[in-house]
Design a binder for this molecule. Sequence first.
Ligand SMILES: Cc1ncc(COP(=O)(O)O)c(C=O)c1O
Length: 381
Amino acid sequence: MNFIPYGRQYIDDTDIEAVVKALRSDYLTQGPAVDEFEKSICEYTGAKYCVAVCNGTAALHLAVKALDVQSGLEGITTTNTFVASSNCLVYNNLRPVFADIDERTYNIDPVEVEKKITSKTKIIIPVHFAGQTANMEKIFKFSKNKDIHIIEDASHAIGSKYKCGTRVGSCKYSDMTVFSFHPVKTITTGEGGAITTNNEKLYKKLRILRTHGITKQNMSKNPGPWYYEMQDLGFNYRLTDLQALLGTSQMRKIDLFIKRRREIIDFYNNIFKGLDWLITPYQEEGVFSALHLYVLKIDFNKIEKTRKQVMEELKEKNIGTQVHYIPVHTQPYYVKTFGYKQGDYPNAEKYYEQALSIPLYPKMTEEEVEWVVDNIKGLKR
Ligand SMILES: Cc1ncc(COP(=O)(O)O)c(C=O)c1O
């Protein structure tokens, strides 16, 4: 059995041909293929505008920056996430405030969010953990009256739908939605990310910020064809045409990827439901998840093994696992800089003690899925 990682990309010949086409074209950096890729994301999600960038972290950085929030104010996000979801607030000189998670969905709990709102709160960044949408209806409702912006971190959730049936990325409940196209995600561009929005002003701002804050439009003067203006402090966060052509090719297969993920998960759920020492992921009624991760909650005491022992035992069987996530507020930087401490967010901390992500990606063969299942079952002797 070859090594089975917890997640990996699905690349076929059409993807390879797409990238080769890019190599034969005039553009290696950002060119017409980026516009095409953005268009495919708009068509799929229903958003009016899309800005593709070099990774999901850059997308989050720009999304927060585009809102022009005064330094020292606050943004709220979940502590059960990758550090990028809160780092984007810090990059913009905002204080990251965390909200605890719902024990069933592992998503940010709207009740906890509401408790953390103060007059300083300007942004909320819900993360659609593992592809299952956070309770956007509730978060949207109480933020609207308080003039708080919402950025959805949908790094796990391209292809997911809210309870109402609308696709994530449509920005039905937010100012902007951010995606990541890292290889373990639903579609990949190698490294890559995107921001969708229905707000033309934000769209124009994001485009300028993606390329140093430079523009050739609406300039204060125009002395000749060489001239451009830097109107804001931006970055080089561009995506290349090589990546964009891969992205467009991947977007054509996104629904197949999700279908295969669903098949694997149905199989996992069916087998694991009989084991009294683990909890399978809770699927909220009516929500359609793109199923980025499959997280088991394992009672390590019951199987008389530590998580480290379990990970090592599985690795010996060529099965990769990972932990999503170490609560961000317990990271040394957040403790040192913002004074957070163990015990601040008990649900996320309790969840973290038991969480283990097992392999889930569309290229998994039947044999590999069965190998994973047999070895998970075999953890308790
Ligand atoms: C929830 C979440 N947000 C943001 C990111 C950052 O995305 P990227 O790796 O593309 O910078 C990730 C990536 O792992 C993520 O899982």
